[in-house]
Ligand binder design. Structure first.
Ligand code: GLA
Length: 397
């Protein structure tokens, strides 16, 4: 875990003055996968693992960013900069993207600044994270949101969390090349202790659902990350958009898969490839599952919630085709180890599963999952018991 005081001391040694501290959490999505870029519903919770930024302003327009995890220090301009081509997905590109987009977003409201840096000032940043990187727990959104929060605060800008989340999403599109939805950035901003967030990604209406103390959320890391994930992600999004174009011709009210029913999808089946039909079917059914899961949670009906998670996983595996052998193995093992339900979480192609487990069964569950996954794959999985936590914030030292 990151110790904030330790981080502040490290900053003082590196940059010779005291920092302010900021953090933004990773997330696990309980249900509602690949629905957010279809105007649908999602139900993530913020993890008790965060990316931390120790930061202090500079007098020039330079951002000096140092990453503890990567052991690198990089220097970039604070103002608008073009994305690197081709996109490298280097950690500093997220910082570059956020500072560039925030400068751009802020400009119409604050036309000029005396520093000449446009809207974001130069800053020294020391970044450290205990969100596992590349494990599907949104380490990149945590990095973007923590840096964005820090840069706005150092520039004495008001922090509007929706605007910050959107700016970070745009940075991800333009500077990392993934055409992601808004789920990860919104939960990094709006996490709440002890609650999952039911988010309508069209209206951005937010409902915090209390997680009962008898329930535990467990994340099992398959320890694998398959390449091509970003290209496959964008391809899924393109399939959904192609489906919407056909649906909208027949049913003019449909703007996104959020608006369609399975009956409407069946009505245009003859005009869709089998692949697009299955992709759209997943999204439409998954949206309904999120709403059903919210009701089940309210009724403390964890069996139903668990069944919805199982259905979600099957649909992601067979119709959306974003799972992989290791995720399927982990889900099967988790179900045999006594969870209410289990599914892959996040974009897919490796990373983590999420399981709901009765509080009293957690120790057994962990031991069984670790043993069986090792037997089956030769890898020792990390299993995290997750506590729903707060979203991004400045942390007093
Ligand atoms: C990634 C994206 C999110 C969302 C999920 C899948 O985490 O960043 O916007 O689309 O995949 O649900």
């Amino acid at each position: 875990m990151v110790d904030p005081e330790d981080l502040a001391r490290e900053f003082e040694r590196a940059f010779g003055r005291s920092p302010r501290l900021y953090r933004a959490p990773g997330r696990v999505n309980l249900i509602g996968e690949h629905t957010d870029y279809n105007d649908g519903f999602v139900m993530p919770m913020a993890l008790d693992r965060s990316t931390w930024v120790a930061a202090a302003p500079r007098d020039d327009c330079t951002i000096v960013a140092r990453s503890r995890e990567y052991g690198e220090t990089m220097t970039i301009d604070a103002g608008t900069q073009r994305p690197q081509r081709p996109q490298r997905r280097h950690w500093v590109d997220y910082v570059r993207g956020v500072s560039a987009v925030l400068s751009d977003v802020a400009r119409p409201f604050h036309p000029s600044t005396s520093s000449g840096c446009r809207e974001i000032r130069g800053a020294d940043l020391l970044i450290a994270s205990d969100v596992p990187i590349g494990a599907g727990l949104s380490s990149s959104a945590a990095l973007e949101v923590a840096c964005g929060y820090a840069l706005l605060d150092l520039a004495n800008r008001p922090i509007d969390l929706v605007q910050l989340a959107r700016a970070c999403q745009r940075a991800e599109h333009e500077y990392a090349g993934t055409r992601c939805g808004l789920m990860d950035q919104m939960i990094a901003c709006y996490g709440r202790e002890g609650h999952a967030l039911m988010l309508d990604t069209r209206t951005l209406e937010r409902r915090w659902l209390p997680l009962p103390s008898t329930l535990r959320v467990l994340v099992c890391n398959t320890m694998v990350k398959h390449q091509l994930a970003s290209g496959e992600y964008n391809a899924r999004r393109a399939d959904c958009e192609a489906g919407v174009r056909v649906l909208a011709q027949r049913f003019p009210g449909i703007r996104a898969l959020r608006d369609a029913t399975l009956a409407q999808l069946d009505a245009v089946r003859g005009e869709l490839s089998d692949q697009i039909y299955r992709r759209c079917g997943h999204v439409i059914a998954e949206n309904a599952r999120v709403e059903a899961a919210a009701r089940a949670l309210g009724d403390a009906d964890f069996e139903t919630f668990g069944r919805l998670m199982d259905d979600s996983h099957r649909s992601l595996r067979d119709d959306y085709e974003v799972s992989c052998l290791e995720l399927d193995a982990m889900v099967e093992i988790a179900l045999g180890a006594g969870g209410y339900g289990a599914r892959m979480t996040g974009g897919g192609f490796g990373g983590c599963t999420v399981s709901l487990v009765a509080a009293g069964a957690v120790d057994d569950f962990r031991a069984r999952v670790a043993e069986r996954y090792l037997e089956r794959t030769g890898n020792t999985p990390d299993v995290y018991i997750c506590t729903a936590s707060r979203g991004a914030e400045a942390c007093p030292l």
